[in-house]
Design a protein around this ligand. Sequence first.
Ligand code: ADP
Length: 238
Amino acid sequence: GGRVMSISLEKVSYIYEDNSDIKKPALIDIDLEIGEGEFIGIIGHTGSGKSTLIQHLNGLMEPTKGRVYFEGKKSLRGKVGLCFQYPEHQLFETTILEDVCFGPMNFGASKEEAVKAAKEALKDVGISEELFGKSPFELSGGQKRRVAIAGILAMKPEYFILDEPTAGLDPEGRVQLLELLKRLNQEQGITIILVSHSMEDIASYVDRMIVMNRGRLEFDGDKEEVFSHQEELEQMGL
Ligand code: ADP
């Protein structure tokens, strides 16, 4: 009880192919609490359990064992936005504005409400109005990704989880994107959770760092505190 305004995991384990002989434990006994307004980085090696973990944070997956609470409830539909890797691969509408409207309309917004939310979201991600009527496919890589992110922001998530959001971007595109996320966190109070396999990339932006290792939550704390475990982090290949 009393866990308002947070996502919390209690002793969460997840096993792929639990009913077969080749059980694959992907999460083991995870205790985790995420508060409103935090800016968190989740790092870990490939296969350490990061993507399984974030799919529990937005309710896409349910634990094999343990419990997940969203603001004390069982579900937080629509409040947790999840941005998969290379989200621009999902752009498909004929214009940028229509593409960003898709999410809110799918959630039951009227056309008018959706257009309003989409315009705000596009402004937030730095896409100027003269581009709204263009095809998403005319944009640069960094712009496409920001349009895809606007598509999630238009649904007004309170928690925004992004899996490797800077993958494949050039250095300038990376900085722009991380700066954008910082602004969303600071100005709109959106809780941001970034997944990365590179500490370097996200270290100067996040406040709190979570380190996954072979399905376990190895470290969780202020980034300075986590960085002080340099030897262990190196052993994990980070
Ligand atoms: P990460 O995102 O850190 O790369 P994952 O959560 O994708 O880690 O994977 C954690 C573990 O679960 C790995 O051992 C991986 O092989 C296994 N795994 C992931 N997805 C599946 C799946 N669909 N079926 C079986 N095993 C899986």
